[in-house]
Design a protein around this ligand. Structure first.
Ligand SMILES: [Zn+2]
Length: 328
């Protein structure tokens, strides 16, 4: 009897302790499963993250704000080997800004195919890569050193609209971004415009109503044009003018973009230096397979976006110390 009483007493003492450890374990799991991102950069190809937002990424990293880069396609129009090389270039370039490889996610979908995939009404239709050799996601860099679907489920995903939508939706559910920065539907590159349509569809379909969506243009004309400034025929050496502001792409004047709120994010001093040490220049040069003097023309003292959903917006975009000048 005394022994039984003793065991009951012991159980009484142990129960709260056990509960404490269970709660701790559950809490730990929740933290592991959902590490919220304050911002997601959603890039169509490996290099767009730097062209449009190297300065914004740098600010977030420096201010210990969470940010993750999501790359939709592998940029593999020239084959899988080239695609994997481009993934590695993104990782190396982002490392210059202080972003960890674990904060980069490659969805692994096919280059030059996004518009067809996003526009299809058959969400189960399987597409192939440009060279016709692949029909499912792949990757060997970034989070988990593999593509997102393989990282989460152990197997790659067929190139279907349904998979693309659910993969991106899972990224958003996992990281719960406050702000998303991506390319605009007005960008003339089909992968860029369809990236916007994709993001917009995921936000609407899964009711991400509190996310602020910022969009920009990387390609104003299909070939060489007067933008990005300084243009090829401007006479500016190497098209490198990091101390001046971006002139807006001409296409923005003829579209509904000019009805939206324009945001200019002032870059930190290391990205405005007029020398080869310029941090954004060094980042862009890390994309060795893509780099040309055209990239230099994306080095300015600011980066610009339009706020796509200002009517539903709450607090202003971070990072807080960036200057944001609404103009027209
Ligand atoms: Zn691109």
């Amino acid at each position: 009897m005394r022994e039984i009483l003793g065991q009951t007493k012991l159980a009484k003492h142990l129960a709260p302790l056990l509960l404490f450890f269970i709660l701790l374990a559950v809490k730990g799991q929740v933290c592991l499963a959902e590490t919220p991102a304050h911002a997601l950069i959603i890039a169509p190809h490996p290099d767009d993250e730097a062209l449009m937002s190297a300065g914004i990424i740098y600010r977030y990293v420096k201010e210990n704000e969470k940010i993750r880069v999501i790359v939709i396609t592998n940029g593999d129009a020239e084959g899988s080997v080239a695609g994997l090389r481009r993934q590695a270039e993104t990782v190396n370039a982002m490392a210059i800004l202080g972003l960890r490889e674990e904060d980069i996610i490659f969805l692994g979908y096919p280059d030059d195919r996004l518009l067809e995939i996003v526009k299809t009404s058959d969400e189960g239709k399987v597409f192939t890569s440009v060279d016709g050799l692949r029909s499912e996601t792949f990757g060997e860099h970034g989070l988990g050193r593999r593509d997102w679907h393989s990282f989460r489920f152990g197997t790659s995903a067929k190139y279907t609209k349904g998979n693309l939508i659910s993969d991106l939706a899972l990224v958003m559910k996992t990281y719960q971004p406050r702000d998303i920065f991506t390319t605009a539907a007005e960008d003339v590159h089909p992968d860029h415009s369809s990236t916007y349509l994709l993001v917009e569809e995921v936000l609407q379909r899964f009711h991400f109503n509190d996310v602020k969506l910022h969009k920009t243009i990387i390609h104003d004309t299909p070939g060489d044009g007067p933008w990005p400034n300084p243009a090829d025929d401007s006479g500016v050496p190497e098209r490198f003018q990091p101390e001046s502001r971006f002139l807006l792409p001409p296409i923005s004047r003829n579209t509904s973009l000019n009805q939206l709120r324009l945001e200019r994010f002032e870059l930190a001093p290391p990205l405005r230096v007029k020398s080869k040490r310029n941090l954004k220049l060094r980042v862009l040069q890390a994309y060795a397979s893509q780099y040309s003097s055209t990239f230099n023309a994306y080095c300015h003292r600011d980066e610009f976006f339009w706020l796509a959903n200002s009517e539903g917006a709450g607090e202003s975009a971070r990072p807080s110390s960036s200057s944001k000048t609404p103009t027209n």
